[in-house]
Write a protein of this length. Structure first.
Length: 218
């Protein structure tokens, strides 16, 4: 029986990219445009969930859809150049591809803006799927056959498990290591710099083979 192809999913914000500087700038631009108070410093401490959840903190419900669209339109001008790659991000993607696999990004972020980030930072993912959060991320993970999902949020752990994938967690975002463990993360790494070594061991052990098929018998 042939081995399943190795496909690894990655979250974006605070997993592959440190988008806090860019998002902070985008919120400040939104505040200036609308005249509404937004605590941008506070907003960037709770990245992960869909944009609309944060917009509800500053605008009435009837304006959430409208303001979310305004924010997304402002985003390319204000948020892309200030965003940084997380330590080990490029190397993590490259490690998957060097192992003959595909590295996909599954994020709650608006997909066109997610792609702008990756292009700007030279992070060469094989596919990018946006506007999916927590359990809904399982849709894309299943579609692409991802057996591993790497993220920084308890919502990412839930998404991985809903898809039947291994949850690899990094406490580089709003969720601490203890939270990620309590949520059921299967593997906890300090950050993505540890991912290539972990993946090498995982592949060597035949970890991405179909159930019941090990590397020796494939």
């Amino acid at each position: 029986m042939a081995a399943l192809p190795l496909t690894v999913g990655f979250d974006l914000d605070m997993t592959l990219i440190d988008s806090r500087p860019g998002i902070k700038a985008a919120y400040r631009a939104l505040s200036a445009l609308t005249g509404a108070y937004i605590d941008a410093d506070l907003a960037v401490t709770r990245l992960g969930p869909p944009l609309e959840q944060e917009i509800r903190e500053w605008f009435p419900e009837e304006r959430v859809a409208e303001i979310s669209d305004v924010y997304r339109a402002l985003y390319p001008e204000h948020a892309i150049t200030g965003t940084l790659a997380m330590p080990g991000a490029r190397e993590a993607i490259a490690a998957v591809q060097a192992a003959g696999g595909r590295a996909i990004v599954v994020t709650a972020k608006y997909e066109p803006n997610a792609k702008l980030h990756l292009t700007h930072l030279g992070i060469d993912a094989d596919a990018v799927i946006g506007s999916l959060w927590a359990e809904a991320k399982a849709e894309a993970l299943r579609e692409h056959g991802a057996r591993i999902y790497v993220g920084d949020h308890t919502g990412d752990v839930r998404g991985a498990h809903t898809a039947g994938a291994l949850s690899v967690a990094v406490p580089t975002g709003p969720c601490e290591a203890a939270e990620l463990r309590a949520a059921g993360a299967d593997i906890l790494l300090a950050d993505l710099t540890e991912f290539p070594t972990w993946l090498e061991r995982y592949v060597a052990d035949g970890g991405y083979e179909p159930d019941g098929v090990d590397a020796a018998s494939a």
